[in-house]
Ligand binder design. Structure first.
Ligand code: LMR
Length: 394
């Protein structure tokens, strides 16, 4: 049996991690995988997480199973963090999942159960694991235009034009904030127009929110998700705690289903628990417990919010530095979009050949579509990258 297995398609982000690791150059620069790094190149454990772990170590008296949907206190804390009071709690079903990817996977399986013929619409481009999982599950998929290569902003007219073709019952996958891979995001009025369109079409939004707090702040980054959830009868939300709590390897995420009424909410809750049971039984608890403690304890929460804000502003500062360095070198504002983009990523508009040249000549690693992780930079490497971008002829 095992000898009949085929080679599996490679994930381009994870391939890049390996290439970087194998590069012997000591001055190489990793702008690949979406992991936050501080100025010294470390991915630190956040102080509030360390503190919560200490408290948990003292207080935890059992490691017996939680519920199939995880600890309800985690669901409640995450609902408040993401949705605030945009929808009544009674409409929200939720289940903890292994990371944001687990939430996406469970959401797609739920869609398959409820609407097997639904087409899932994804932005072009999007995080490569979105189409990969959709294809793996054998679901129908379509793309909608999202990125304007000329302005490096959102091609909103293209997006709305393509979403005109959405059929009743289809699902539209949206990035809640900090679009991955482009860094270009919808404005408030654009979110509103998308909500109107989806409502008119009878489509269900699936919002992937993996970077809340990395863009314009915790509240501002959730505004689009809240608006959609408050305006549509149903919304699916896949959230990750990997980045904003820095607990990548703990695999902490949640899938929320905002249902039109209490009966649909109860069925959704039972289905989320059922899907967890089929796929992995009980979700991981350690990260979820830390997140719950942090969100519910005023001192830990204040500490976490302050550190997250420092992470966010350090990335914004790097964006400004890079845009300025490129402005100085090119004498033009054509890289001004880097300071406008939000989140961990920017797609800078280099060709695959130019990306390869920066890698070969300067040891600078970014994803082949020219997505770079801004958090991989520091004050010393900004000028090196700016030189490399100009030398590659971007
Ligand atoms: C990324 O986009 O780099 C991150 O979300 C990590 C991953 O799993 O791909």
């Amino acid at each position: 049996m095992l000898t009949t297995l085929q080679d599996q398609p490679k994930d381009k982000i994870l391939m890049l991690v390996k290439m970087f690791r194998d590069d012997p150059r000591s001055d190489k620069i990793d702008l690949g995988v979406g992991v936050y790094r501080d100025a010294s190149g470390l991915t630190p454990v956040m102080a509030a997480v360390k503190q919560a772990e200490k408290q948990l170590w003292e207080a935890e008296a059992t490691k017996a199973y939680t519920g199939l949907a995880g600890d309800p206190a985690f669901a409640d804390a995450m609902r408040r963090l993401i949705l605030a009071d945009s929808v009544p709690a009674e409409r929200v079903a939720a289940a903890a999942t292994p990371g944001g990817t687990g939430a996406i996977r469970q959401a797609l399986e739920l869609i398959q159960m409820a609407a097997p013929d639904a087409t899932v619409w994804i932005s072009d481009p999007t995080w490569p694991n979105h189409p990969s999982i959709i294809k793996y599950l054998g679901m129908k998929m379509q793309t909608y235009r999202y990125f304007d290569e000329a302005s490096r902003g959102v091609d909103f007219a293209g997006m709305m034009g393509d979403l005109e073709r959405v059929q009743e019952g289809d699902v539209v996958l949206l990035h809640g904030c900090c679009h991955n891979p482009t860094g270009a995001n919808l404005t408030g009025p654009e979110w509103s127009a998308v909500a109107d369109l989806l409502a008119a079409k009878g489509a269900t939004p699936l919002i992937d929110i993996a970077y809340q707090g990395f863009g314009d702040g915790l509240e501002a980054d959730a505004a689009g998700t809240r608006l959609i959830a408050s305006r549509l009868p149903e919304t699916l939300i896949a959230a990750s705690c990997s980045k904003n709590f820095g607990i990548y390897r703990e695999r902490t995420g949640i899938l929320m289903a905002v249902a039109p009424d209490a009966a649909a909410r109860d069925k959704s809750q039972a289905t989320l628990a059922f899907l967890n049971r089929q796929n992995f039984s009980f979700p991981p608890d350690h990260g979820a417990r830390l997140v719950t403690m942090i969100l519910n304890d005023p001192a830990l929460r204040a500490d976490w919010e302050a550190e997250l804000e420092a992470v966010r502003t350090s990335m914004l500062d790097l964006r400004t530095q890079l845009a300025k360095a490129l402005q100085k070198r090119t004498g033009s504002d054509r890289f001004g979009f880097i300071a406008q983009h939000r989140g961990m990523f920017s797609r800078i508009g280099a060709t695959p050949e130019q990306v390869a040249k920066m890698r070969d000549d300067h040891g600078i690693y970014m994803v082949g579509d020219s997505r770079m992780n801004i958090a991989g930079l520091n004050a010393e490497t900004v000028p090196i990258l700016a030189d490399a971008i100009v030398a590659a002829g971007v």
